[in-house]
Design a protein around this ligand. Structure first.
Ligand SMILES: C[S@@+](CC[C@H](N)C(=O)[O-])C[C@H]1O[C@@H](n2cnc3c(N)ncnc32)[C@H](O)[C@@H]1O
Length: 392
């Protein structure tokens, strides 16, 4: 038995389909070295397009690609002009990186999930996203930009296609069928033969009486139907936080940590960072709803992969409820990157406060990176830990 993950093979970085061979990398690059930047659903979509839709591909420009995880679709279909619509800055960066890696020109155009489409498409390719809410949002907003002739092909690993996934296509787009499974992946074909009758349910408002707060969440945003229990545990400790002139809510989602921190430290400058466009839109809306247009409170809202795109000031306090997965892949690489970069982004005496599941053992990571770590609070499931900037 080789120690390699099932998904890896002798050439784990080269995808080969009817459109040729391309080297592909994930972002962050450190994400479990044995995980590929594409899955069998990408291969099935590409091979089906190549065998059954070659003639249409020639006259369908621009094609619309939705939720291309790391650019496997965009790179393989680079002969076409493509519009790539998605919610992840990391996916956008990975797509560009993979085009460069294969010496291909970037002729595609990325449309953030917060932006509306503007033209009608003849061919739409969808990778089914992890959250049903994002799929619902995208199908409803796609509907005005397709006609009955538009070909819509969606793909995912079979285990991620549920009855509820197909019901969304049937309710919003029209007649929907699926392919047989190939390498545990399946396709969904949907025909736009329904009237446009579905109302868009986003953004949603979540009332949190204990903090007298209404949180606004656009589709795809973490914990939009209830306050995350880890976040609640961190919020309960906020009164113990050191006072800060500048607070960063890192991986802010709907902005709950930063907003409550602002209510406790009214004069602090706030920055909200997330790699999801819809998260940053949610944090902006939640913040504005709570503080109205108070000129005293003008936070920064930054779409950034950890601190990579952030160019603002260093902080005295960074609050973080880190992600524990990237789409369907579980791992702590992003949390690790957040911690490493936080150490660089803190002012002298600045502190990083993290809430996490106890079993993840993040106190060991923080101790390693910062040279110190203390437990602020713990319960059966969670710990809130803090580390101050490493002094050299
Ligand atoms: C566990 S959620 C926490 C959300 C919110 N802070 C809360 O406590 O409810 C983690 C957040 O990190 C964001 N995230 C994931 N990867 C990221 C990255 N590379 N850079 C910045 N944010 C990221 C996710 O979009 C998500 O909003």
């Amino acid at each position: 038995m080789s120690g390699l993950n099932n998904e890896a093979d002798a050439h784990p970085k080269v995808i080969q389909t009817g459109f040729g061979k391309y080297t592909l990398e994930r972002l962050p690059k450190s994400f479990k070295g044995d995980l590929r930047a594409w899955d069998a659903a990408d291969e099935l979509i590409l091979n089906t397009l190549n065998s059954d839709y070659a003639a249409i591909l020639n006259q369908a420009n621009p094609i619309l690609i939705i939720n291309d995880a790391f650019g496997a679709l965009l790179t393989s279909l680079h002969d076409n002009t493509a519009h790539s619509w998605g919610d992840s800055l990391l996916s956008q960066l990975a797509s560009t990186n993979n085009l460069h890696l294969n010496q291909l020109k970037v002729t595609s155009h990325f449309i953030p999930a917060t932006d509306e489409l503007t033209k009608t498409y003849k061919l739409v390719i969808i990778k089914i996203p992890k959250t049903l809410s994002l799929l619902e949002d995208q199908l409803i907003r796609l509907k005005p930009y397709i006609n009955p002739q538009t070909i819509i092909i969606a793909g995912a690993m079979s285990k991620h296609i549920h009855r509820s996934t197909l019901q969304l296509f049937e309710k919003i787009i029209g007649t929907t069928t699926t392919s047989r499974a190939t390498k545990k992946a399946r396709l969904i074909y949907s025909k736009n033969d329904l009237e446009n009758h579905v109302t868009h349910p986003y953004p949603k408002t979540l009332n949190i009486p204990e903090f007298q707060l209404d949180l606004i969440s656009h589709a795809n945003v973490f914990s939009q139907n209830q306050l995350d229990i880890g976040a609640r545990f961190l919020l309960q400790q906020l009164e113990k936080c050191p006072s800060a002139q500048h607070i960063i809510d890192l991986g802010c989602g709907n902005g709950v940590l930063g907003i409550i921190a602002q209510t406790r430290q009214k004069d602090a400058k706030l920055t909200f960072i997330d790699e999801s466009y819809l998260a940053i839109a949610s944090a902006t809306d939640s913040y504005q709803k709570h503080f109205k247009r108070d000129p005293l409170h003008q936070p920064n809202f930054v779409v950034s992969d950890c601190f990579n795109q952030y160019q603002g000031d260093k902080a005295d306090l960074i609050l973080c409820n880190p992600p524990f997965h990237q789409a369907h892949a579980v791992g702590d690489q992003i949390a690790w990157q957040m911690f490493q970069q936080s150490n660089q982004q803190l002012n002298q005496k600045g502190e990083l406060w993290v809430v996490a599941n106890r079993h993840l053992g993040y106190h060991i990571k923080l101790k390693k990176l910062f040279g110190n770590c203390r437990t602020i609070a713990s319960n059966k499931k969670f710990v809130v830990i803090a580390a101050h900037k490493r002094r050299f």
